[in-house]
Ligand binder design. Sequence first.
Ligand code: FES
Length: 137
Amino acid sequence: MEMNSDVTRRGFLKTLTMAGAAVAVLPLLSPSARAAGGFEKVGSVGDFTVGDFKKVTLSDGGSIYVTKQSDGKFLALSSRCTHKGCEVLWSPGGHQFKCPCHGGRFDAAGKNAGGPPQTPLPELTTKVEGGSVLVQP
Ligand code: FES
């Protein structure tokens, strides 16, 4: 009886260890996982349009807005309002970001343009490699 209990406990611990290892490896296999140097792929060059922002969820669960600029470069902005941290929303018709919490507004470059925010939306470093757009959160 005691022997069976040890085997069962050992088997359980082995299964638990394997499950833990699988959970640890899964983020590494994700296509949005961070590349070397802390950059994370947010899409392909063709996924973005000049004059419009696309909302992207990063591997850490945070979200950013990314757009292609007329010069071919990419602009990535935090979606967190610099007033109290609410998530801003892109308004394509108004070409601005609006904060639903206290009426803050930011222009298409992320500069604070009205309401309580006193500083621009933080900008993330971007680069293009092999047709993919990468950002450094
Ligand atoms: S949190 Fe955005 S305006 Fe207050």
